[in-house]
Design a protein around this ligand. Structure first.
Ligand code: KIV
Ligand code: ZN
Length: 513
């Protein structure tokens, strides 16, 4: 093992998706997996295949297309979980099975109702079974942060003997403090007799806001893999944020004697993509990827920055993919300027057709919006498109007037035939949505509606994310436009197209785990 390499294990698609309300469909997960591969993450945890048909399919499809990162599937220490995980990973170039069982007294007694001896033998049997499918096995003693050190070390020693190559220490409930967690990692590594035969990893939750601090303390005490998520997405208060881990280690090379292989210039693009797909906005003051992370408002700070950037900046905005001068192109910009800007932003359309598509969408936007910013281009390049649309937006007329109910007239083309409806509602968007539903008659329920401005100013593009559900199936839709009502209509039409394509897809029903 190269001691200088800090392995980045991204679990946005597994633990991140466990975030309440963050469910994603297979296409969206594939899009994020591609972005994670471009970011150069070492391992992508793509899902928990036994949990649902959608999870299984996501791991299966991601395994087919990703070759630059290992693909990992999660499995409890149960035969059916492990064989399902193995089946979903069949096409992966570098497959990893991650199996886990809890080792804390409270989890063993109350949740598993197993004795410590039974937990240990179950863990060993699971690893041995997983080994029959792939050599790359990761084992997690769940709730390690509240487990007894002696028993934890016994289980880990047995797990390594059974063939686990990576031992992941989760602080499942985000209970630890940085100095404690660092000490825990140091103690495990020195007490486990065969610790030199495995890579030690950490997986910290953010219940007390300490996930990144705990992970970094673990790295200073011998951990060589960190499990994290884009924007810190994850169960409850989330997981350690990938961007914070990566940029701290890189910025403080005087302290950390290791570094990651992450292409940090792709961080912002990835963050925006995850935020737009899940509909979870990034708070403006969020470290590294928040809109204000590199903005200087006060006169004293601005003066200092003009004299010398280092007075108030410890990182360069360019290093996370934000161009220092973010004002870019206008409606008269040509293909060459556009191409150069894409190169500067690390946006690489996969072929000439994709480039042309992006160029024409940029021109459309430039017609409506005087100044096009980097953020606009990043968003345009990440916009999710449905291949063949059954439903297309055609026309809208929205009237809002004081003391009168808002009124919408919407025309959609359904399978090439123009249909229209008029409706009222509690607001402009509600009226438009009522008109659309009276045309489409989907019977879907709107379970999420989120608006985010892509840049600032009243002519900024608004990005709308919606989620609609029917019979436990979930469909996300996205739309962006300088007109917020139009963006809202485009988002709903996008979701309805996915629903019409396959109403049974993306079932969020989990199989009793
Ligand atoms: O938080 C946790 O303990 C987990 C395990 C499955 C690693 O997510
Ligand atoms: Zn977790």
């Amino acid at each position: 093992m190269n001691d200088k390499n800090l392995i980045i294990f991204d679990t946005t698609l597994r633990d991140g998706e466990q975030s309440p309300g963050a469910s994603m469909d297979v296409n969206e997960k594939m899009k994020i997996a591609i972005a994670l591969e471009e970011l150069n993450v070492d391992i992508i945890e793509a899902g928990f295949p036994i949990a649902s048909a959608g999870d299984f399919k996501s791991v299966q499809e991601i395994s087919k297309i990703i070759t630059g990162s290992s693909i990992c599937a999660l499995a409890r220490a149960l035969d059916k979980d492990i064989s399902t995980a193995a089946e979903s990973l069949r096409d992966a170039k570098f497959p990893r099975i991650h199996t886990f069982i809890a080792t804390s007294p409270i989890h063993m007694e109350k949740k598993l109702k197993m004795t410590p001896g039974k937990v240990l033998s179950t863990a060993v049997a699971a690893i041995e079974l997983a080994k029959t499918f792939t050599d790359d096995i990761e084992f997690s003693p769940e709730d390690a942060g509240r487990s007894e050190l002696k028993f934890l070390c016994e289980v880990i020693e047995a797990a390594i003997n059974a063939g686990a190559k990576t031992i992941n220490i989760p602080d499942t409930v985000g209970y630890n403090l940085p100095h404690q967690f660092g000490e825990l990692i140091k103690n495990i590594i020195s007490n486990v007799s065969n610790s030199d035969k495995a890579i030690f990893s950490v997986h910290c939750h953010n219940d007390l806001g300490l996930a990144v601090g705990n992970s970094l303390s673990a790295v200073l005490n011998g951990a060589r893999q960190v499990e994290c998520t884009i924007n810190g997405l994850g169960e409850r208060a989330g997981n350690a944020a990938l961007e914070e881990i990566v940029m701290t280690v890189r910025t403080r090379q005087d302290v950390f004697k290791c570094d990651t292989s992450i292409n940090s210039k792709k961080i912002l693009k990835c963050s925006r993509l995850v935020s737009s797909i899940t509909g979870f906005p990034v708070q403006p003051n969020k470290a590294i990827v928040g809109k204000n992370a590199f903005a200087h408002e006060s006169g004293i700070h601005q003066d200092g920055i003009i004299k010398s950037r280092e007075t108030y900046e410890i990182m360069r905005a360019e290093d996370i993919g934000l161009a220092s001068n973010s004002l870019v192109l206008g409606k008269h910009s040509g293909r060459n300027a556009f191409k150069q800007k894409l190169i500067d932003l690390n946006i690489m359309p996969k072929d000439d057709i994709a480039f042309d598509d992006l160029f024409y969408r940029f021109k459309d936007l430039a017609d409506k919006k005087h100044e096009i910013f980097d953020e606009d281009l990043i968003n345009l390049s990440s916009n999710v498109k449905v291949s063949v649309n059954l439903i297309n937006f055609n026309y809208m007329n929205i009237v809002t007037e004081t003391n009168k109910k808002p009124h919408a007239h919407v025309k959609l083309s359904i399978n090439g035939i123009l249909e229209e409806a008029k409706a009222t509602g509690d607001g402009a968007v509600d009226a438009a949505y009522n008109a659309i539903e009276s045309i489409v008659k989907s019977g879907c329920k709107l379970t999420l509606y989120s608006v985010n401005n892509i840049t600032s100013g009243t002519d900024a593009q608004g990005e709308v994310t919606v989620r609609i559900t029917k019979n436990n199936s979930v469909f996300n839709g996205h739309g962006a436009d300088t007109d917020i009502v139009k963006a809202s209509i485009l988002a709903l039409v996008n979701a309805l197209n996915k629903f019409k394509e396959n109403p049974e897809a993306n079932s969020s029903k989990k199989r009793g785990i």
